[in-house]
Design a protein around this ligand. Structure first.
Ligand SMILES: C[S@@+](CC[C@H](N)C(=O)[O-])C[C@H]1O[C@@H](n2cnc3c(N)ncnc32)[C@H](O)[C@@H]1O
Length: 236
């Protein structure tokens, strides 16, 4: 495995590495203003501030009716997306977020067990939002999750739960079953994270059959349908 985020050298793969401006230049009809939240000091388990901005931009590009998140952790990213979601007149929950009820019998890699133990005790930040009724928390091992009631329901899905190969594969296959809408997007976190080489390998393999983009300077990879990323700038 010769993938390394620090040196920006990656294994040969069909996965495309793009500069952030190509995401920022997707037209979304929104104003520049964003309600943002300070990242945690240790950063463990959360997106970086820059990754949060990139994720929000992708959410805005899709303007989803329904969002699914694999891996709630402390609900920081759930809250960020929740606060930025424009009202569509719907009063039912629009963000579904899944995490473990406990850590019994789960296979973990890297810091995942530590994070899961914290997550189980978390009061979750989206609960601080006046829009919290728009969030439905699901407490279940994602390996046991049945996507069939949700076939085609979600136009934006964020895969950021267990990073072990079989879990990422299962969460991805379930995401593809739940993805729907005229425009839609799946985003994965932790691509290139040295703690999770299996996730990186999985995405590099997946890129052979699914169009995947990695945003340089982040550990985000995405697959997008019905929206087009900005053109590459060419030298004058
Ligand atoms: C990296 S954190 C998620 C961070 C969150 N998406 C954010 O941006 O703030 C990973 C989460 O996945 C959860 N997790 C780990 N294994 C899981 C499993 N098998 N099923 C469901 N959730 C799992 C952990 O409890 C942890 O809260």
């Amino acid at each position: 495995m010769d993938t390394c985020l620090a040196t920006r050298t990656y294994a040969p793969s069909a996965l495309m590495h793009i500069r952030p401006y190509r995401v920022l230049s997707i037209e979304d009809g929104r104003e520049e203003e964003v309600k943002f939240f300070m990242p945690p000091a240790d950063g463990a388990g959360s997106l970086t501030a820059f990754e949060s901005v990139m994720l929000l931009k992708l959410v805005r590009a899709i303007n989803p009716d329904f969002v699914f998140e694999f891996g709630t952790f402390d609900g920081r990213t759930t809250r960020l997306v929740l606060e930025d979601l424009p009202d569509n007149g719907d009063s039912e929950p629009r963000i579904y977020t899944l995490d473990l009820p406990d850590t019994d019998g789960i296979v973990f890699q890297g810091d995942d067990k530590l994070l899961a133990e914290k997550a189980v005790l978390s009061s979750r930040k989206y609960n601080q939002s006046p829009k919290k009724a728009m969030v439905r928390q699901i407490l279940q091992d994602s390996m046991a999750f049945d996507p069939s009631p949700y076939a085609g329901k979600f136009d934006f899905i964020f895969v950021d739960a267990n990073h072990e190969y079989e879990y990422v594969k299962r969460d991805t296959e379930n995401s593809l079953k739940m993805l729907g809408g005229d425009s839609s997007c799946i985003v994965w976190h932790d691509y290139g994270n040295p703690q999770f080489p299996e996730l990186t390998r999985y995405l590099e393999e997946l890129a052979g059959s699914l169009e995947l983009y990695h945003i340089e300077g982040t550990m985000l990879v995405f697959h997008m349908r019905g929206a087009t990323i900005g053109d590459e700038r060419t030298a004058e």
